[in-house]
Every structure is written in structure tokens, then in C-alpha cells.
Design a protein around this ligand. Structure first.
Ligand SMILES: Nc1ncnc2c1ncn2[C@@H]1O[C@H](COP(=O)(O)OP(=O)(O)OP(=O)(O)O)[C@@H](O)[C@H]1O
Length: 769
């Protein structure tokens, strides 16, 4: 006994009723529902249509059984399956007649069986997703005894699938919902934006277009001279023949020369465009608020800079160039056609108009697909960037396959989009090719008639055919590059959207520059939510004053808002309520660039740039820093010794992974100290270090905090987890849940026996264990 088709063994006899077996009734009722659905425009149209087809299929199967046609025609293919007798309805066993049963399995899912004496021959499964599969008893292929209907059903399925990826099909609606974007750039919008980018190099663009016009016009004359040479040779007109030959050679050479100039100039214009676009985009991105980078991923942004800008480069270098050339040639050829025979010219115009109409539709399609394709590329890049930057974590956890799967999920999406693009391209090519050749056929048929009736000469008809081919060919090329241009515009939509972002207010507004910074910092009634989490209150009514030259330590549990306080002091975010005041001036009113120059920051995870150590230390100080100043800062940071022991000393190229945590930290301290900052912020600068490194870094920090060798004592804000490192602080601020819970010196807080005392005890007991 073979395997039963899915769903049949679970078939319950009690679900059968005479009405279920009445196919005519089923057909009529579904036809009625179908009619109703059409009128009421409900979503049931598809379901009832399929039910109607199913009912028809059932009744035809039944007829075929009766006629025994089934057994005859499909011998050898069908091997009837006997069902488990326990699960078989009695009427099947008793009737001895072929029966067709149907059963409603789910809301609109049917399984239909053709049965003869308990033998199941085939079934059709109308899936909930609308897929219509008719299969033989073993679930293989289509239902063998109803091939006529199966073809219809297959066509139905094909049409249904096709509809999903036609413009406005379900696939588009789904994907558009995923990539919701309000920004939409038009052709003219994109062109004017590009013009702004390339207009500083008008000369090169001018050269390119002049060369384009000369090359196009000389090329278009070539068929005329070819035909003239052939017919002058045929007529034995020697001088005409040689004159035409000379002109042909001149035109061919002119065409070659100016094509070269055109190609070169457009290529250069292209490079200029991409370079400017990338520069502008890069700067626009750098000018955004930090909150912008909380919402956008680095991988996606670099993809916009790379892949999307490259797509835009096609517009001028390739698409516009070819469209202009072919547009000009097509127009010239059409004028020539009109001079030969206006009737024939109009037939060519008709075909070209149709071709252009189809291309416009295809262009719109390409624009949409390109947008989604670029989004998928950006998402894939995001995954790749993340995986590469966290490669040590990936390797440690052995998640290479998972990361590869995450990456290939986006590649799969991209492939789906490309698949649709290619199908559309296939349709576009099909229509263009058909129309292309139909012009020649129509022109030959009509033109042949004209030649036979003596209205035009054979030479004219030959020229006509050559030039009409040119017109159609030009229309085809213009259309093809129009679609490609729309694709590039679609791909560049996000780039233009990003380019339109206004720079952060901090970058544009000036502000006060104080004669000198005393270092008095006040957090006045600060409450704060991160823009990406507007509902989570991170800081709540924080009031804190740090006096000039004071060393204040902020401690508290992880997540209590210590680093957020530092971010607000550096104005990386604006407080939701309240303000930060420096030396009596609200931070908002100060020139933020100048203010940041007065602050030295050493963070928990120092990041180094891929450049030499000296440049890393002097980072952000302009180009006037002397080697002696760099070395002095390195000595203060306890880094000079290890830097000098490296083979290339201060010229050693480093990055984030080529030095130990302690070494990186000391370079970061040197970077903070070289500015001789009035305010020093140490954000858990030693928390990730081992005992030896911590000792070295701590000594460097102490020296930095004291302002060794500097006239003024600097204001220092230390955030620390290890409470042993902040005992000497003038004041300790304890934060809990975004609020200042306690404040005082170490001894005062221990005496208070509150949160600080609890934290200290816990750390001491952990160390003792
Ligand atoms: N960029 C951000 N966007 C949204 N929420 C953030 C962001 N940075 C921090 N948070 C949240 O703000 C809260 C406070 O974070 P913060 O880094 O200020 O705490 P912390 O006290 O410095 O913690 P730790 O000692 O672990 O560094 C946390 O709940 C954190 O999840």
C-alpha cells in the first residue's frame, strides 16, 4: 500500500453529505458566490473563482471516469492506491462506482479525490495561499486524468504569480510597506540636483555636448552616403561615386574623432560628479546630530556613499550621453524620412510612439525596483559591516554560519528584486524587438507598393529602410537608457534624501567664545530622554554644580545615567528640560567647536584612527603641533616608554586592534592632555584594564588631574566603577535611576551609610573573596 495523499487519511466519513457530492450544486453555488463577490468587490473574488474552477474540474473528472477515458489514456501512469479500509467511507466500498468527493479542510482549502472502489486516483489541493496544485495519488505532479483543466489551473496559477510582480501587484505593496518612504524624486528634480553638482565644471560638460552633437550628426549622414555610393555605382556615375566616397570617409573620421572626445569628456564629468556627490554626502552625514547616528546604521550609510553614488554616476556618463546622442540622431533621421515620404515616416512614428510608451512604463518599474534593490544592498552591507567589526565576537561564539545566513537573507531579497527586474527587462526587450522589426516589415510592404506604383524610387525606399531602422533603433536606445536612468534615479533617491538633511544646528550657529575657561560647570534641573527612546526618561531633575578646579567623581549602578551626563556636557545631545551652564553661560550660547577644544575626554573604550601614533595623539589639534609637544603629552600619559620601544616609535601605524587596551588608553590620555584642557572628563577610563595597566594609567590620570606643570588646576569630572580610584575626589556624586541620590566626600558618604556606602562595601567584599 502506498502513501496516502496529505489530508486523506485524516478524512472523516461524517463530513460527507449528499450535498457535498453534488458537483452541479457546488458549481452553481460557487458561481453565485463568485458573482456576488464581483459585485460586492470583496476579497473573496479569488477564492470563489478558484472554487468555481474546482467544481468544474470535479464534474469533468467524474464524466471522464464514467466514459472510461481515464483508464485508456493514462495507462501506466496511474497506480491506484488503496486506502486504509478503516478510514474509508462505507459508500466508497459499497458503490463500486467511481465517485468524486470533496471536502472542505480549512476556510478555503479543498481536497478533491477521484475514487473508484476505494481507490484514489488523484486529488487537487487548493492551498490557503491560493496556489492550485493538482496531483496524482502519490502527490506527484499534476492530476493526470484532467490535463485539460490542469492546464487552465496552471495558467491561473501563473497569472496569479505574474500579477504579484506587475506594478501595483501584491509583492510591490508588501515591499513598499516594508520600505516606507515619503521622499520621491522626479526626473527634473534629479537633473537639477545633478546640474548643481557638475555645474562648476561647465567647460568639460560643454566640450562633451559639442563633441556629442558633431559625432551624432556626422554618424547620421553615413547611411545616406552608403546608399548614394551603391546607387551611383549601379548607375555608372563615377564622379558622384568618388565624391560620395570622400564624404563618407570624412564623416566616418569626424564621427570617430568626436566620439572619442565625447566619451572622454563624459567620463571625466562622471568622475567629477561622483566625487562631488560623495564629498557632499560625507560632509552632510558628518554634520548630523549624534541622535541621527543612533537611528542609522554605519553599514547602511557607507553603502549609500559607495554603491548608491556609483549608481548615480551612470546618469551622466552613460544614460544622458546615449539618450542625447540617439535622440539627436533619431530626430535627424526622422526629418530625413519626412523628406523621403511623409506617409512612410508617419508609420515609423506610430511604431516609435508605441515603443516609447512601453518604455515609459518599464522605466517607472525600474525606478521602483532600483530603490528597493539599493535598500537591500544597504541592509546587506549593514550586516557585513557589523560582522566584520565584531569579528572577534563572531569567532569566539562560532556564529560564522549564522552571520552568513543573516547576510544571505538580504542577498535573497536582492535576488528576488533582480529576478523581477530581469523578467520586466525580458518583456521590454520582447516588445522592443517585435516593434523594431515590425517597422521594417510595414515600411517594406507599404514602400514596396509605392515603388511598384512608381511613387518613389528603389533608391529612396532603400534610404528609407536604412533611416527608419535608425529612427527605431534610436527610440529603442533612448527608451533603454531612459529605463536605466530611471533605475539610477530610483537608486539615488536615498542619497538625495540624505543630501537634503539640514546640518545640525550646532554646526551652523556660531556662539560666544570666552576669553578663558575657569571650568565652572552647572547642570541646572536637567531631565533627558534619548531621541530614539522618547518614552524612557534617562535623567530626572539633575542639579549639580562643579566648581573650577574641583575633582568630582560620579558613581552609580550601571545604567544610572553617568555617561549621559557627560554627553550632555559635551552637547552631543540637548537636554529635554533644563540646561548646562559653563562659567555662567548656557552651553547653547557658546561656540560649541571652541568649547569642545577646551575639554579633554578619555572614554572607557578609546578608539584610535588608522594612522601613526603621533597623528593619533595630535588628533584635532590642527597641523601646528611640534613633536616635542606630542612627546610631552605622551610622557604625562605614561605612554612615551612603550611608544619609544616600538620599531617605528611615534611613526608606528596603529588602529583599534594593534595595541593592548592599556596602551590605547594611554594614547587616548595623551590625546586629551595635549590640548591642555581646562576641563578633563574621564569616563571609566580604567575599568577595562588589568592591574598593571591600571596602575600605569591611574598614575597618568592622577598627573593629568593635578594639571602637572600647568598653571591652572583643571576641573575634572570622573566617572568610575572602581570606587578605590576616586577616594581622593573633592566630591562624590552618587546617581541612581537618573537622579542624584547622594553627594559629598568619601568620608561623608561612608558616614551617611547610604547607597555609596553599600556600593563600597559590596566592592570590598568582592575583592576580599
Ligand atoms: N544612544 C542611546 N540611545 C538610547 N538609549 C541610550 C543611549 N545611550 C544610553 N542609553 C540608555 O540610557 C541609560 C543610561 O545609560 P548611561 O550610559 O548613561 O549609563 P551609565 O550609568 O553610564 O552606565 P555604565 O556605567 O554601564 O556605563 C541606559 O538605560 C541606556 O540603555
Amino acid at each position: 500500500m502506498g502513501t496516502a495523499p496529505p489530508g486523506l487519511l485524516s478524512w472523516q466519513p461524517r463530513t460527507l453529505s449528499p450535498s457535498h457530492l453534488n458537483y452541479e450544486k457546488l458549481r452553481k453555488s460557487t458561481a453565485r458566490k463568485h458573482q456576488h463577490s464581483r459585485h460586492s468587490k470583496t476579497n473573496n473574488v479569488g477564492v470563489t473563482t478558484r472554487r468555481a474552477h474546482l467544481a468544474k474540474w470535479c464534474s469533468q473528472s467524474q464524466r471522464r471516469f464514467r466514459d472510461r477515458e481515464y483508464g485508456k489514456s493514462k495507462e501506466g501512469i496511474i497506480s491506484p492506491l488503496t486506502l486504509d479500509p478503516l478510514n474509508l467511507p462505507n459508500r466508497w466500498k459499497e458503490s463500486g462506482l467511481p465517485e468524486l468527493v470533496h471536502r472542505k479542510v480549512q476556510h478555503h482549502r479543498y481536497v478533491c479525490c477521484a475514487a473508484d472502489n476505494g481507490a484514489v486516483f488523484s486529488y487537487a489541493d487548493l492551498g490557503a495561499n491560493g496556489a492550485y496544485n493538482s496531483k496524482d495519488h502519490e502527490g506527484n505532479g499534476s492530476a493526470v486524468h484532467a490535463e485539460g483543466q490542469t492546464f487552465v489551473l496552471r495558467m491561473l496559477l501563473f497569472w496569479k504569480t505574474l500579477r504579484t510582480f506587475l506594478p501595483n501587484g501584491k509583492w510591490w505593496l508588501d515591499i513598499e510597506r516594508q520600505h516606507q518612504r515619503s521622499y520621491n524624486i522626479t526626473f527634473t528634480g534629479a537633473m537639477s540636483r545633478l546640474w548643481v553638482l557638475v555645474s562648476p565644471d561647465k567647460l568639460i560638460i560643454g566640450f562633451a555636448f559639442t563633441a556629442l552633437v558633431i559625432a551624432a550628426l556626422s554618424e547620421i549622414t553615413i547611411p545616406h552616403f552608403v546608399a548614394a555610393m551603391i546607387f551611383s555605382a549601379q548607375k555608372g556615375m563615377t564622379s558622384d561615386f568618388y565624391n560620395n566616397a570622400k564624404l563618407l570617409v570624412t564623416m566616418a573620421c569626424t564621427y570617430g574623432l568626436f566620439s572619442g572626445i565625447r566619451g572622454g569628456c563624459f567620463g571625466i564629468a562622471n568622475q567629477i560628479l561622483v566625487k562631488r556627490m560623495r564629498e557632499k554626502l560625507f560632509f552632510t552625514l558628518l554634520s548630523q546630530d549624534i541622535a541621527f547616528f543612533d537611528a542609522e546604521s554605519v553599514g547602511a550609510l557607507t553603502s549609500r556613499l559607495g554603491s548608491d553614488c556609483q549608481q548615480v554616476s551612470r546618469i551622466i556618463g552613460n544614460d544622458l550621453n546615449i539618450m542625447f546622442r540617439n535622440g539627436l540622431q533619431g530626430l535627424g533621421a526622422f526629418v530625413y524620412l519626412l523628406s523621403l515620404s511623409w506617409q512612410l515616416a508617419l508609420t515609423t512614428l506610430g511604431v516609435c510612439s508605441l515603443m516609447w510608451f512601453l518604455t515609459r512604463i518599464y522605466g517607472r518599474y525600474q525606478k521602483r525596483t532600483a530603490r528597493f534593490a539599493q535598500d537591500s544592498i544597504a541592509s546587506a552591507n549593514e550586516v557585513a559591516e557589523e560582522a566584520f567589526s565584531l569579528l572577534r565576537v563572531v569567532r569566539t561564539f562560532g556564529t560564522e554560519k549564522e552571520e552568513a545566513a543573516r547576510y544571505s537573507k538580504w542577498l535573497k531579497k536582492l535576488m528576488e528584486i533582480n529576478f523581477r527586474q530581469n523578467i520586466a527587462y525580458g518583456f521590454s526587450t520582447l516588445s522592443s524587438c517585435t516593434l523594431y522589426h515590425s517597422t521594417q516589415v510595414v515600411a517594406l510592404i507599404i514602400g514596396g507598393g509605392f515603388v511598384m506604383s512608381g511613387q518613389i524610387s528603389a533608391e529612396k525606399l532603400t534610404k528609407f529602410i536604412l533611416y527608419s531602422e535608425w529612427v527605431v533603433h534610436s527610440t529603442w536606445w533612448v527608451g533603454d537608457h531612459w529605463a536605466s536612468l530611471m533605475q539610477a534615479i530610483g537608486a539615488s533617491e536615498k542619497v538625495f534624501q540624505l543630501l537634503d538633511l539640514p546640518p545640525s544646528e550646532q554646526m551652523t550657529s556660531g556662539g560666544l567664545i570666552l576669553p578663558d575657561v575657569k571650568g565652572c560647570i552647572q547642570f541646572v534641573d536637567i531631565s533627558f530622554n534619548y531621541p530614539t527612546r522618547p518614552k524612557a526618561r534617562i535623567l530626572q531633575n539633575v542639579n549639580l554644580t562643579i566648581n573650577p578646579g574641583e575633582l568630582v567623581a560620579v558613581v552609580g549602578l550601571s545604567g544610572s545615567g553617568k555617561s549621559t551626563l557627560v554627553s550632555l556636557l559635551l552637547r552631543l545631545y540637548e537636554p529635554t528640560i533644563g540646561q548646562v551652564v559653563v562659567d555662567g553661560v548656557p552651553l547653547k550660547e557658546l561656540d560649541i567647536k571652541w568649547f569642545r577644544e577646551q575639554v579633554g575626554v578619555v572614554s572607557q573604550e578609546p578608539r584610535l584612527f588608522s594612522m601613526d601614533i603621533a597623528s593619533n595623539i595630535a588628533y584635532g589639534c590642527g597641523g601646528n603641533i611640534k613633536q616635542s609637544e606630542i612627546e610631552r603629552a605622551a610622557k604625562l600619559a605614561n605612554a612615551h616608554e612603550f611608544i619609544s620601544s616600538l620599531p617605528d616609535g611615534y611613526k608606528t601605524i596603529v588602529d583599534n586592534s594593534r595595541l593592548s587596551g592599556g596602551q590605547k588608553q594611554r594614547i587616548a590620555i595623551a590625546r586629551a592632555l595635549i590640548r591642555n584642557p581646562a576641563i578633563l572628563i574621564l569616563d571609566e577610563a580604567t575599568s577595562a584594564l588589568d592591574a598593571e595597566s591600571e596602575h600605569l594609567v591611574q598614575k597618568a590620570l592622577e598627573r593629568a588631574m593635578r594639571g602637572d606643570g600647568d598653571k591652572n588646576k583643571r576641573t575634572v569630572l570622573v566617572i568610575a566603577h572602581r570606587l578605590s580610584t576616586i577616594r581622593a575626589a573633592d566630591r562624590i556624586v552618587v546617581m541612581t535611576n537618573g537622579q542624584v541620590a547622594e553627594m559629598g566626600s568619601h568620608d561623608e558618604l561612608i558616614k551617611l551609610d547610604g547607597e555609596y556606602a553599600r556600593l563600597t562595601k559590596r566592592q570590598l567584599s568582592t575583592l576580599a573573596q
